[in-house]
Design a protein around this ligand. Structure first.
Ligand code: H76
Length: 458
């Protein structure tokens, strides 16, 4: 591409920078991209206290309670004696998530606290040493895969309970300890990759400390190691740093890892942040303001409605991204009611309108305030969230593109009124669907002009 060729001479040579300048186009990456909708599961010891420690309720993120309440590792890990999710039923979880319409699930194999949902042989802090004993991760991988759901592993590099973990390296001892810690982490990652070979993705977290940034080589090594162990595996940008300590994007501004993972509890602006269409990206969101793990009291912050979640999903896809919706199950293995309702509501909508999400991408058309465009091959989808008073939906096509038909997903045709070159009104259906709905546009392109526009986009 011309842009890269021109800037090549100004490029800083990097040992641990991006390993590619374009989006990956292999089958595994295409699958990641096509999936579009995923779920996050945050489940660990923090699900037991649910934000409350010694009678005090903490408003911060429940999975950070150890930090908020200044609990020692020993005391925190004694929660393991209570870890016994007797109601956990992997197949039931898989069915619920499938009903919601998610194509993949990101599971916290180990969060910052250091407790492992799999029987890791490299630490005593695992599910094997709890009353429950059985491998929870293995059960989930099996059940989800049986339902055709891809499994992604969340893994926190930061480990609050490992004696060798450091956030900063200040002394010789720190640096020796941290070398041991990186070996331990490699061992755990190799263990995960080989024990659960159907894993499709590793999503790293807890990589922001200077100890990790100063070991950029290690982040590049982990990416390479996992790719050798699991053919096709994808890795998020949050793992990576280059030798200048730049994260996500290297010192030349190129994305490291396979997809950008910085959109956490926020989304790119559909007008101002269109640059994101150049790379793959995945956003993740909580239902309350900022609770990932189970918190007892959801009244302490605003909780999103299914309608808002559906809009977030479409918003992400309209800009070429994936959306992951988080759930924090209870310690006993049940989902709270609010989460079940969310799964069902999103699922009902996805069943009816999922065509505008799965396999879809950025359409390139100027955003209008009634909602979002997505695109699948030649089909353009209008996803209508706001109905204008006029009942007329304004559409401005790309230069040289004509609308031939506007059709509801049930096959009903809508009236199109041509306003001039590249501008149309699509008339609302006589019966307002009363929910966000989808109109498919069948379009005809005049090739020359479209190609010119594409060049301008790049
Ligand atoms: C900060 C932080 C962590 N990153 C989110 C994905 C949650 O896991 C949260 O605890």
């Amino acid at each position: 591409m011309i842009l890269f060729a021109q800037s090549a001479k100004n490029r800083i040579p990097l040992k641990y920078g991006a390993i590619r300048l374009e989006k990956r186009q292999d089958e595994a990456m295409k699958r990641f991209r096509r999936n579009r909708l995923g779920a996050f599961i945050h489940w660990g010891l923090y699900s037991i206290p649910g934000g409350e420690w010694k009678g005090k309720m903490y408003m911060g993120a429940a999975e950070w309670l150890k930090e908020w309440a200044k609990v020692s590792s020993n005391e925190w890990m004694s929660l393991m004696e209570q870890w016994n999710p007797t109601d956990f039923n992997a197949m039931q979880w898989a069915k619920m998530l499938k009903e919601m319409g998610v194509k993949y699930v990101k599971i916290t194999t180990k969060h910052h606290e250091g407790f492992c949902l799999w029987p890791s042989k490299y630490t005593k802090y695992t599910v094997a040493n709890t009353p429950y004993r059985k491998d929870l991760l293995g059960a989930m991988v099996k059940a989800f895969n049986e339902e055709g759901i891809d499994v992604h592993f969340y893994f926190s590099v930061m480990d609050w309970s490992h004696p060798d973990w450091r956030s900063t390296i200040k002394t010789k001892e720190d640096s020796v300890a941290f070398v041991r810690f990186l070996k331990f982490t490699d061992n755990q990652l190799r263990e995960l990759a080989t024990s659960y070979p159907t894993v499709k993705d590793f999503w790293f977290d807890g990589t922001w400390d200077s100890s990790v940034k100063e070991n950029a080589w290690w982040t590049a090594h982990v990416e390479q190691m996992l790719k050798e162990l699991v053919p096709g595996v994808t890795v998020n940008s949050r793992l990576r740093a280059d030798e200048y300590g730049r994260r996500h994007f290297d010192s030349n501004g190129q994305l490291m890892g396979d997809y950008e993972s910085g959109y956490e509890r926020r989304l790119p602006d559909p007008v101002k942040d269109l640059k994101v269409i150049r790379w793959d990206w995945e956003a993740c969101m909580t239902l309350p303001e900022n609770q990932w793990g189970y918190h007892k009291d959801w009244s302490l912050s605003y909780v999103k409605t299914p309608l808002e979640v559906i809009e977030h999903i479409v918003h992400a896809v309209s800009m070429g991204g994936n959306m992951v919706v988080n759930f924090g199950p209870c310690a006993d293995g049940n989902f709270r009611n609010e989460e079940k309702i969310m799964m069902e509501s999103v699922g009902a909508w996805m069943k009816k309108y999922g065509k505008c999400v799965y396999g879809c991408d950025y359409a390139g058309w100027q955003k209008q305030n009634w909602g979002y465009y997505t695109k699948n091959e030649k089909d353009i989808y209008m996803v209508v969230f706001n109905v204008p008073y006029s009942g007329l939906l304004l559409v401005k096509t790309l230069k040289g593109v004509e609308i031939e038909k506007a059709i509801l997903l049930n096959g009903d045709e809508l009236k199109i009124i041509e306003l001039g070159r590249e501008a149309y009104h699509v008339k609302m259906p006589d019966d307002d669907p009363g929910e966000p709905f989808v109109i498919k546009l069948v379009v005809k392109e005049k090739k020359e002009t479209v190609d010119k526009y594409r060049d301008a986009l790049i």
